[in-house]
Design a protein around this ligand. Structure first.
Ligand code: ADP
Ligand code: MG
Length: 492
């Protein structure tokens, strides 16, 4: 195809350019000119095939071809019939050379009278100042090429790629939701890393929502809100991670709503993650919830067995390590709800391997699961066998009434620490209360496999992160404090 183009006479080129101009003018009657600019600026009419009655349009890559088909095909088809000849069809080809300057290109901005604002490429020093101001940047380790795609995250991955290729123009905002540890932050940061590499003129910011809230509150308290908003104006792509933390923060929600509208109106990309879908975020203002639906909402679900294995293999490859297929299968079968736990198990096993200098067995893998708090499930086995196999379980006679067991457990804990149950579930932070609460969360997780969400809800609506933190603190304490360990053994 390209060979043919290079042999075109000046007359043919002029003819194709003129047809292209007419088509663009026709499209501009029903499409936003900025949208035309972002998708069609490198697309050309590359041939008029009389015999097939086809006008062929070339685009620089497959992604643009897909977008043309999605957004413009019907109108392009109509325009070809109107401005060229009836009975003609549109067809598309990918011509990579069109991404460079090419004689078939025309100046769309001039043609459609699009006023160009001077492109403000931020000086490196200004970017540094911004980074310092907002305090957070990307982690290089989160990339697209080390993100395993499975049926659970396929759509989220495709949308993230599309947004990285053309920030602000395809799906705005992009809203990604899913349970903890399923790759939301990874995907979001991969978008950031990709944009930084391929669109160096863009200023991209990633902020955990908790950090965003701190910034807003600090700015309000010190009368710097204007400065805060000015700094945000310099940003082209804003990513807020874990937006559920805005729940109940009315003032910050209002400010975020304004920021959102600004970004949206200027076609600046917004990417948001959350642990729930927008409509489930009931503590967010309705108008904010409805803003999120303006773009694309995608979820990440639990990975299936094959995807879990592929993730384990990817993580091992990245670390330059290997484990036997038997162990990989075992881990993938038993760790089902959280990719972070898959990584945790690998880390423990690799450390074992390095310290023990011996081949790892399934026993080591079982031990790793226990360390990260996963109780082995044997679905086919009767309950009593399960309980008998598991040294930390409460025993078969009590398994039918787990809630009663949990209540008894909590009573024992509060008695041991000399505190009230209300204190245990409340917000107090004295040493005894904190330690008792951490222990309670740890035991409920490890013995009863309750979800982090449910544990958090029970303990004064704490979030996942603080439950994970509490459990980790308890594990650390158990290693260092023999008395606590003894008490846990007694409880068990
Ligand atoms: P979330 O933000 O949803 O809680 P993260 O993005 O922090 O989860 O993911 C937890 C860990 O799991 C990270 O180390 C991440 O790299 C890894 N992870 C999750 N999903 C995938 C995946 N599909 N491919 C590779 N790694 C993944
Ligand atoms: Mg996250």
């Amino acid at each position: 195809m390209l060979d043919i183009i290079s042999t075109y006479s000046p007359e043919t080129i002029a003819l194709l350019r003129t047809l292209r101009e007419h088509l663009l003018l026709e499209l501009s009657k029903s499409h936003d000119s900025k949208k035309i600019l972002s998708f069609l600026s490198k697309c050309c009419v590359i041939s008029i095939q009389e015999e097939e009655k086809t006008v062929r349009i070339g685009a620089p890559n497959e992604f643009i071809v897909q977008q043309l088909k999605k957004f413009f095909h019907t109108d392009l088809q109509r325009a070809v019939q109107d401005v060229h000849a009836s009975g003609y069809k549109v067809a598309y080809s990918t011509i990579p050379e069109l991404s460079e300057n090419h004689p078939l290109h025309v100046d769309i901005k001039r043609l459609l009278h699009i006023e160009e604002k001077p492109k403000t490429v931020l000086e490196a020093s200004v970017k540094d100042e911004l980074s310092e101001y907002f305090g957070i940047l990307f982690e290089k380790k989160y990339q697209f090429d080390n993100f395993v795609v499975g049926s659970n995250n396929q759509l989220a991955h495709a949308a993230a790629l599309a947004v990285s290729d053309d920030p602000g123009n395809v799906y705005n905002p992009l809203f990604i939701y899913g349970d903890v540890g399923l790759g939301k932050t990874h995907l979001m940061q991969a978008i950031g890393n990709h944009i930084i590499l391929h669109h160096p003129e863009k200023t991209v910011f990633y902020l955990p929502t908790s950090k965003f809230i701190d910034k807003v509150i600090f700015a309000i308290r010190h009368g710097h809100l204007n400065r805060f908003m000015e700094q945000l104006e310099q940003i082209d792509v804003l990513m807020l991670d874990d937006i559920q933390f805005l729940a109940g923060k009315d003032k910050t929600q209002e400010i975020f709503h304004n920021i959102f509208n600004e970004f949206y109106a200027k076609n600046k990309q917004i990417v948001i993650t959350s642990d729930q879908a927008p409509k489930a975020l009931t503590l967010l203002e309705a108008r904010l919830q409805s803003r999120f639906t303006l773009g694309l909402i995608v979820d990440i679900a639990l990975p299936d067995l094959e995807t879990r294995k592929a993730i384990l293999e990817m993580k091992l490859k990245q670390k330059g390590q290997s484990l036997s297929d038997e162990i990989i299968n075992f881990l993938a079968e038993h760790i089902t709800s959280n990719v972070r736990e898959l990584e945790g198990a690998i880390n423990i096993l690799i450390t074992n391997q390095q310290l023990l200098w011996q081949t790892l067995t399934l026993e080591h893998a079982r031990g790793a699961l226990q360390t990260i708090g996963i109780t082995l499930q044997k679905p086919a086995a009767p309950q009593a066998t399960h309980a008998g196999n598991n040294p930390t379980s409460l025993g078969s006679s009590m398994r039918n009434s787990q809630q009663e067991d949990i209540d008894t457990l909590l009573e024992q804990i509060v008695r041991h620490f000399g505190i009230e149950v209300t204190a245990l579930r409340g917000q107090g932070r004295t040493k005894e209360i904190s330690q008792a609460r951490q222990l309670a969360m740890y035991l409920i997780k490890t013995k009863y496999a309750r979800s982090l969400q449910r544990i958090g809800d029970y303990f004064w609506g704490r979030n996942h992160a603080s439950v994970i933190y509490a459990i980790q603190m308890c594990e650390k304490e158990l290693q260092e404090n023999p008395q606590l360990k003894k008490m846990v053994m007694e409880l068990g």
